[in-house]
Design a protein around this ligand. Structure first.
Ligand code: GLY
Length: 385
């Protein structure tokens, strides 16, 4: 078991391979997107639907930054047009995942190339997200129609949708986007974070009074367990909230969520899909949770003093990334058209509400955050978030 930090030469090799893998995908995935997860490690083509398509475009932007390969840039810009059409026509946007969709695709296009189409699409997506804010409870509703009584809840994942709103405030001068982002994050962290520093996946509120009701899982093993990816969204989400607000409270939240994640890893440092499972379990892993956590830690270490654990957290991130590179990365595009093996999208348990989906597979966000993590670990990087 090699738990050493990823080396500089491994990072370069990993990024070069990642770009080769992307280029091999271009014939199939330029006008089509990748589906959310692979089947036996091979992605099928998808229309621009679901919450996950922005990750493939974002991966292309990362690949273009590393290689300056013009074919990659052309493909990414073409996909940005599709994102504009999607938000104009309101295709499959009855949910809160505007940041997951529009930050790595369209905000990235604007930041990297000045794309006005990207800017316009991302601002429309931010406006759409604002419509999902409930004054009663002070949060963005995650899923479903806004008048659906069974969906009056937030989910921890939404923290990653908030940077789109901070960006929109910066672009437009309208403070409402950032104000609602801050308010949502306060509500979210006040309720999803438990006393032992683990997190609920989702949290319900009363529709008429806005009072907090109860934490419930959707994708975790059980209501009271720590779903690994939910915990990871908490790591990255609190780091990003600190970046945008510089409020020290987010540092404290980050330490709690992140330390829980690190302290509950199995011996080989590749998380199971839920922290209920311990070393030796036969349950599947979620490599994407680890990739997200690496990105969150590398975001936060920029703001930490040495006495706050900067070097320790940095080394932890490089160790997690070393494990991902050595045990999960796709090193030959003939074996898979993804980047990161061994993710788990959703696994049915006796206590949750999902069916098995994308179990021990590549996940399109796992691929994206793995390449983002490599990028962050190898050089200073202007974030798309
Ligand atoms: N945001 C949905 C998921 O992490 O599966």
């Amino acid at each position: 078991m090699d738990l050493s930090p990823i080396t500089t030469s491994e990072l370069q090799t990993a990024l070069d391979i990642a770009v080769e893998n992307m280029v091999a995908c271009l014939p199939q995935f330029t006008t089509s997107f990748k589906y959310s997860h692979s089947v036996k490690n091979w992605y099928q083509q998808s229309e621009n639907v679901e919450w996950t398509t922005g990750f493939w475009t974002g991966e292309l932007w990362l690949g273009w930054e590393h290689s300056k390969n013009e074919d990659i840039k052309r493909a990414a810009l073409l996909q940005v047009q599709s994102f504009l059409k999607r938000i104009e026509d309101k295709v499959d946007v009855d949910h809160h995942d505007m940041g997951f969709l529009y930050s790595p695709s369209c905000v990235a296009a604007f930041k990297l190339t000045g794309s006005e189409i990207g800017r316009q699409a991302a601002l429309m997506a931010a406006d759409h997200l604002l419509t999902r804010f409930h004054e009663k409870g002070q949060f963005f509703q995650a899923w479903g129609a806004l008048d659906d009584p069974t969906n009056y809840r937030l989910i921890i994942d939404c923290l990653l949708n908030l940077p789109l709103l901070f960006w929109a405030t910066k672009e437009t001068g309208n403070p409402e986007y950032a104000q609602k982002a801050v308010q949502h994050s306060i509500t979210s962290m006040a309720h999803v974070l438990r006393d032992d520093d683990s997190t609920y996946h989702t949290y319900y509120f009363d529709r008429t009074t806005g009072e907090p009701l109860r934490g419930v899982t959707a994708q975790g093993y059980r209501d009271g367990s720590a779903w690994a990816r939910g915990q990871a969204w908490g790591v990255y989400g609190t780091a990003l909230m600190y970046r945008y607000t510089k409020n020290p409270a987010y540092k404290e939240l980050f330490f709690r969520v992140t330390d829980y994640f690190i302290n509950h890893l199995p011996e080989d440092w590749l998380p199971y899909w839920d922290f209920d499972f311990k070393t030796g379990s036969k349950e599947s892993r979620d490599s994407s949770a680890s990739a997200i956590t690496v990105c969150g830690i590398l975001e936060m270490v920029q703001y930490l003093e040495e006495h706050e654990g900067r070097s320790r957290y940095h080394e932890t991130a490089l160790k997690l990334l070393g494990v991902l590179f050595r045990t999960c990365s796709v090193k030959d595009s003939k074996l898979s058209n993804g980047q990161l093996l061994h993710g788990t999208y959703a696994k049915q348990s006796p206590y949750n509400t999902c069916k098995d989906r994308g179990v021990d597979e590549c996940l399109v966000w796992g691929d994206y955050f793995y390449v983002e993590a490599l990028t962050r670990a190898s050089r200073p990087w202007q974030s798309y978030w």
